[in-house]
Ligand binder design. Structure first.
Ligand code: SF4
Length: 131
């Protein structure tokens, strides 16, 4: 019988849904980077770690991306016409984006450039059917 060591297994949130579009994967990387920048500078966490509050926010943001009705056609969440976040998380998102957005240009320039380009997309009016 083959026994896999638990330390080498990835969680579902690390792997992502099998049908995930690369755009959604990139969006998750972007939010991941932004939350890490914010948490390290505000909650004195070590590089690569998150405090429980920021970890909860990031899980929520990734869950919203999984459920986003626009999927790969989405604009940036900040320009979304429906904005699906619940109120406390919406406020948290604004705080994190306001702080980490400008810092992304120097720390994660590739993701930052994609985010800027995505912001020029027209906000979709219709939802995308998930495969
Ligand atoms: S805020 Fe808009 S674009 Fe962002 S995940 Fe929610 S529905 Fe999708």
């Amino acid at each position: 019988m083959l026994i896999l060591p638990i330390t080498h297994m990835k969680t579902l949130s690390e792997v992502g849904p099998l049908s995930e579009h690369p755009r959604i994967t990139r969006e998750k990387k972007t939010i991941d980077a932004m939350v890490h920048i914010y948490c390290k500078d505000h909650h004195d966490t070590q590089k690569g770690e998150l405090c429980p509050e920021c970890s909860k926010f990031m899980d929520y943001a990734k869950m919203r991306l999984d459920k986003c009705p626009f999927q790969e056609k989405k604009n940036t969440c900040g320009k979304c016409l429906i904005h699906c976040y619940q109120s406390p998380m919406k406020e948290q998102a604004k705080v994190v984006m306001r702080y980490s957005g400008p810092r992304m240009l120097t720390r994660h320039p590739g993701l930052a450039m994609h985010h800027v380009v995505d912001g020029f997309r027209k906000p979709p009016k219709k939802a995308v059917k998930k495969q």
